[in-house]
Design a protein around this ligand. Structure first.
Ligand SMILES: N[C@@H](CCC(=O)N[C@@H](CS)C(=O)NCC(=O)O)C(=O)O
Length: 217
């Protein structure tokens, strides 16, 4: 994108894990965004008008003038660029470090932590039947392996990359606000737990969605 854009953006979301990244970032950096709820439980993501925005039929989606973006990581970076926030750092080496953690979250950690979130939170909230114990047990094992990687990296660090919040922290930690309900064993990994405690002090981390109180988010 060569030219800076003006005007307000529209962020399509529901109160679930992936849109949570985009909603948190938009609120944290005070991006000029109007939030549009897409009720997944009512199948609104399958409506032709929504699929015209995202052929995957998933939230989040960001519309910024002529640009329509899907994929939560891309949306976070676009929002940061749009307002000039350093949660997407300017230095090339820092960008590469952030990309490393975004890839790790997308391909290694969140498929596992997201499985615990799906089994314990989404199944119950959307009436999708009982927990699949075999799937749950396999994910628990893999989540612990991922948490051990994080524990080693976070020993002696405040954030994943550099000293300030980046989109890497948002992507990697996005299941942790659900840790109690999802059975993610943060208590066994003290450096990870302390990092998440620090994130929880940031406004909107525990209440990223418009008009949804912290306890329900
Ligand atoms: N890779 C996508 C995943 C988005 C995603 O899975 N969104 C879920 C909500 S957390 C969704 O819209 N699911 C609706 C469906 O699969 O029908 C991203 O990061 O944005």
């Amino acid at each position: 994108m060569d030219k800076p854009m003006a005007g307000r953006m529209r962020l399509y979301y529901d109160c679930t894990m992936m849109p949570r990244k985009a909603c948190f970032v938009a609120r944290h950096i005070d991006a000029p965004v109007d939030f549009v709820r897409v009720h997944l439980g009512k199948g609104e993501n399958r409506a032709p008008a929504f699929r015209a925005l995202n052929p995957n039929g998933k939230v989040p989606v960001l519309v910024d003038g002529d640009v329509t973006l899907w994929e939560s990581d891309a949306i976070m970076v676009h929002l940061a660029n749009r307002v000039g926030s350093d949660i997407w750092p300017a230095a090339p080496l820092d960008q590469v470090e952030v990309l490393r953690w975004l890839s790790w979250a997308a391909h290694e950690f969140n498929p596992q932590a997201g499985t615990l979130y799906f089994e314990h939170v989404i199944r119950s909230d959307f009436g999708l039947g009982p927990v699949d114990d075999t799937v749950e047990a396999a994910a628990q094992k893999r989540v612990r392996k991922g948490l051990a990687v994080l524990e080693a990296h976070l020993a002696g660090r405040d954030m994943l990359v550099g000293s300030g919040l980046t989109v890497a922290d948002v992507a990697v930690a996005i299941t942790f606000p659900y840790a109690d309900r999802a059975g993610i064993p943060l208590a066994e990994f003290p450096a990870v737990r302390r990092w998440h405690d620090r994130l929880s002090l940031i406004d909107a981390w525990l209440a990223p969605f418009p008009q949804v109180p912290a306890s329900a988010a």
